[in-house]
Design a protein around this ligand. Structure first.
Ligand code: SAH
Length: 206
C-alpha cells in the first residue's frame, strides 16, 4: 500500500528532520501536484521519482534536510538552481520572502509555472537557461539552493551570497561520491562542510 501524507511526515521526523516550520510546510505543499500523473499513487512515498526530460523530483527527506539547513527566515531572497518539478521551489516560497529559480529544460519550467499559478504561489520568479553562473542581475541573495550536482564548488554562486549568507549544494565528480555541502559566505572567503551523501542529476553547464 503506498504511503500517505501523515506517514511521510512521521518518517521525516524519525529520520531526523527537526524544524517545525519545515515539517509544517512539507505537510501543506501537495507533492501529488508535482509528480507525473501515472505516479500520483507514490507521491507521498519518501523517494525520488522520475519527471520529464530524464530528470527527477527529489526525495522528500532530502528536500526537508536541505530546506532545514538553509535556516530560512521570512522576507529572505532565495536563489534556486534546477527548478525541475517545482516542488522544492514551492517549499522555499512558503519559507522565504521571494524565490528566483532557474531551469534549463523549458518543458519542465512550463509545467512548474503552471503549478505555481494553480497553487497561487506569487513570490516566485522563473528563468529558463543555465543557472550555473547564478542570476547576477538579482544578486545578492540571502540563501542559494542548488538541486543538481556540481563537479566542483561553484564559486560564481558563492560570490552572489550576502556576507553571512548560506548555500546548500551537492558536489561530486560521479553519482557515487556526491555530498551535500553547507557553505557560508564570510566577510572574506567562505567556509563549507559536507553533511550528507546524496545522488543528484548533474548540473549541466551551458
Ligand atoms: N528540485 C527539483 C529537482 C530537479 S532535478 C525537484 O524536486 O523537482 C535537477 C534539475 O536541475 C533538473 O530539472 C535539471 O534540468 C536542472 N539543471 C541541471 N543543470 C542545470 C543548470 N545548469 N541550470 C539550470 N537547471 C539545471
Amino acid at each position: 500500500m503506498p504511503a500517505s501524507r501523515p506517514e511521510l511526515l512521521q518518517d521525516l521526523v524519525s529520520l531526523g528532520v527537526r524544524s517545525s516550520t519545515v515539517l509544517e510546510v512539507m505537510a501543506t505543499v501537495p507533492r501529488d501536484r508535482f509528480v507525473r500523473s501515472d505516479l500520483i499513487a507514490h507521491a507521498w512515498e519518501n523517494m525520488a521519482l522520475p519527471i520529464d526530460c530524464q530528470q527527477t523530483i527529489s526525495q522528500p527527506l532530502v528536500v526537508a534536510l536541505m530546506s532545514e539547513r538553509l535556516a530560512l527566515e521570512e522576507g529572505m531572497r532565495v536563489l534556486e538552481i534546477g527548478t525541475g518539478s517545482g516542488y522544492q521551489t514551492a517549499i522555499l516560497a512558503q519559507l522565504a520572502g521571494h524565490v528566483w529559480t532557474i531551469e534549463r529544460h523549458d518543458t519542465l519550467l512550463d509545467q512548474a509555472m503552471a503549478r505555481f499559478a494553480e497553487l497561487n504561489l506569487e513570490n516566485i520568479t522563473c528563468r529558463s537557461g543555465d543557472g550555473s553562473t547564478g542570476w547576477p542581475e538579482e544578486a545578492p541573495f540571502d540563501r542559494i539552493m542548488v538541486t543538481a550536482a556540481a563537479t566542483t564548488m561553484p564559486q560564481p554562486l558563492i560570490d552572489q551570497l550576502v556576507p553571512g549568507g548560506i548555500m546548500v549544494v551537492p558536489v561530486g565528480g560521479t553519482l557515487f561520491d556526491q555530498k551535500l555541502y553547507h557553505v557560508q559566505r564570510l566577510d572574506s572567503g567562505h567556509e563549507c562542510h559536507a553533511f550528507l551523501d546524496v545522488r543528484f542529476v548533474p548540473l549541466v553547464h551551458g
